[in-house]
Design a protein around this ligand. Structure first.
Ligand SMILES: Nc1ncnc2c1ncn2[C@@H]1O[C@H](COP(=O)(O)OP(=O)(O)OP(=O)(O)O)[C@@H](O)[C@H]1O
Length: 277
């Protein structure tokens, strides 16, 4: 499924959090969404997932604007794995993953054998089969994160949007998840902070800064020392690692450059000798 946004903006309390975003994620593409803290990644993902009505512009799935789609219809197309989803309950892991079947249920049809098969497959894909009967509350942070991803897969969406899905995962599970996302036929848009992981597993990267998309292209074109310095305020080099994968190596931080949307910093006024205040 193709996801497009045109002139997308979202403001809250008079603040433009997302501004004038145009993007096009093709069916089956795995696209990484990167940018510093507060650059608008989560807000953009929430707009694309239909959880926030944009202040300006449109979001479309396969060219059809979703403005008037029901939540249920959106959920039959797109699964969203949020950054910190709290599932407070006495549910078992399999029940939480089974919540992914909600958009397909109706009051005439209970949770059927086909739903159970989908949940079993999703649990297996995330290595959670052994934990299926565990109480949700007994899971570690990383296990919960994997269960939320399994729930998204159980939704059998055409596209998956994920907000920092690796932040609780150990290295093995990070690599497994990114490989899964890269291999799936579904359209994937994933917000990541690990730029080397993003470079290795994504077809294309979208770079956000101050609510705007400031770069869109293959990892080698987006992860340039100049953009890393301007946007992330780090002094970094990119190049192939020992295995030939594009990787980012950090020397340190650079002094914060002025953001183009911000007024220039006022020049400090020097007190002259003899001033009274
Ligand atoms: N509901 C809201 N009310 C007020 N400000 C908000 C709201 N949602 C987001 N913001 C602000 O918008 C900016 C962008 O937030 P957002 O969570 O989208 O950034 P992000 O790129 O996902 O950040 P991070 O990498 O830290 O997760 C931040 O300054 C945030 O404080």
């Amino acid at each position: 499924m193709r996801i497009t946004a045109e002139g997308l903006g979202w403001s809250v309390a008079g603040k433009r959090v997302v501004a004038d975003v145009n993007l096009d994620v093709a069916p089956g593409e795995t696209v990484g969404l990167i940018g510093p803290n507060g650059s608008g990644k989560s807000s953009l993902l929430r707009c694309l997932a239909g959880l926030r009505a944009p202040t300006t512009g449109t979001v479309a799935y396969d060219r059809e604007p979703i403005r008037r789609w029901s939540t249920r219809r959106v959920a039959r197309h797109v699964a969203f794995v949020e950054q910190a989803t709290e599932t407070e309950s006495d549910l078992r892991v399999a029940d939480v993953v089974g919540l992914g079947r909600t958009p397909f249920g109706d009051r005439w049809r209970g949770f059927g054998a086909d739903d159970r098969a989908v949940v079993d497959a999703a649990l297996a894909r995330l290595g959670l089969t052994e934990l299926r009967e565990r109480p949700w509350k007994a899971l570690s942070g990383g296990e919960r994160q994997r269960a939320h991803i399994a729930r998204a897969l159980a939704q059998q969406p055409y596209a998956i949007l994920l907000d920092e899905p690796t932040n609780h995962l150990d290295v093995k599970h990070q690599l497994e998840l990114l490989a899964l996302l890269a291999d799936t036929d579904q359209t994937v848009l994933v917000a990541l902070h690990d730029l080397s992981l993003a470079a290795r597993h994504c077809d294309r990267l979208l770079l956000m800064h101050g609510g705007r998309l400031v770069a869109d292209g293959p990892p080698k074109d987006v992860l340039t020392p100049r953009l890393l310095a301007e946007v992330f305020e780090v002094d970094a080099e990119t190049g192939p690692d020992a295995l030939g994968n594009l990787t980012v190596t950090y020397r340190g931080v650079v002094a914060a450059p002025a953001h183009p949307d911000l007024p220039p910093a006022p020049t400090p006024v020097q007190k002259r000798h003899g001033d009274l205040s």
